[in-house]
Design a protein around this ligand. Structure first.
Ligand SMILES: *Cc1c(COP(=O)(O)O)cnc(C)c1O
Length: 232
């Protein structure tokens, strides 16, 4: 199957899951995760209709950026502060903010180019030591600190990456917890210019339908569209 055919198949499954969960298809975005894949394949998926592309390394965005048709780029992987400067003018959203230190650097570099950067807070719901993301009980504190110290950052919601699971159903409790945090967040009374919680980024190739049923508004799908990755 071509990238176009696989993209269309995933798109249909995404739309069906949205309808099943009482939402409109357009309320859930299918992001194509393109890490390790060449610019030509990004253009293929854009031609197939993809509007949003996710990369997890700054270096890959920089390598491909000039060869890819206009699209909304998202940074979804761990971000080092020394790489923030080279990315703030290229991405529409950073999904992986998990410290005030990182948010401050994003704030500084965004202010320098007159931009307010949309970000998500990455939560580590399973408290896995090997993963980035902040613990649930530090979440509100971090959000409040970022809102008070980073005027050029707008917090738009949450990203959740559950542990590796044997079946998609295993992740339902993590998605549900993220959804609950997201709903709670919406009740917080913080400055609107910097706090607009509308995005819940969760679900990958193996479990995106469960994530949508639990409230995801962006699903991040790579291998089901592009096939297996060859890491260099
Ligand atoms: C690679 C990656 C994905 C996509 O994973 P697939 O299983 O290939 O769909 C989603 N989110 C993040 C943060 C990733 O790094």
């Amino acid at each position: 199957m071509s990238i176009q055919e696989r993209y269309n198949e995933i798109l249909e499954r995404k739309n069906a899951a949205a309808i099943r969960s009482g939402r409109k298809p357009e309320d859930v975005i299918l992001m194509a995760v393109t890490k390790t894949h060449p610019a030509s394949q990004l253009n293929e998926v854009i031609d197939a209709g993809a509007t949003d592309i996710g990369e997890n390394k700054v270096q890959e965005v920089l390598e491909k950026y000039d060869d890819v048709k206009p699209v909304r780029w998202h940074l979804i992987g761990h971000l080092q502060t020394n790489k923030v400067k080279s990315i703030v003018d290229k991405v529409v959203m950073i999904h992986s903010v998990d410290s005030l230190h990182l948010a401050k650097e994003i704030n500084k570099r965004s202010a320098a180019i007159g931009k307010t950067m949309d970000v998500l807070i990455e939560i580590n719901s399973a408290m896995e030591a090997t993963k980035s993301g902040i613990a649930a009980d530090e979440f509100k504190n971090l959000v409040e600190e970022i809102v008070s110290e980073c005027p050029n950052v707008r917090i738009c919601g949450l990203m959740c990456i559950p542990p590796m699971a044997a079946t998609p159903e295993d992740n339902r409790p993590y998605f549900r917890q993220a959804r609950e945090m997201f709903e709670e967040m919406k009740t917080w009374d913080l400055a609107e210019e910097q706090f607009a919680p509308t995005v819940l980024s969760m679900g990958m190739s193996g479990d995106f339908e469960v994530a949508i049923e639990e409230g995801a508004t962006i699903v991040r799908v790579g291998s089901s569209i592009f096939g297996p990755r060859n890491y260099r």
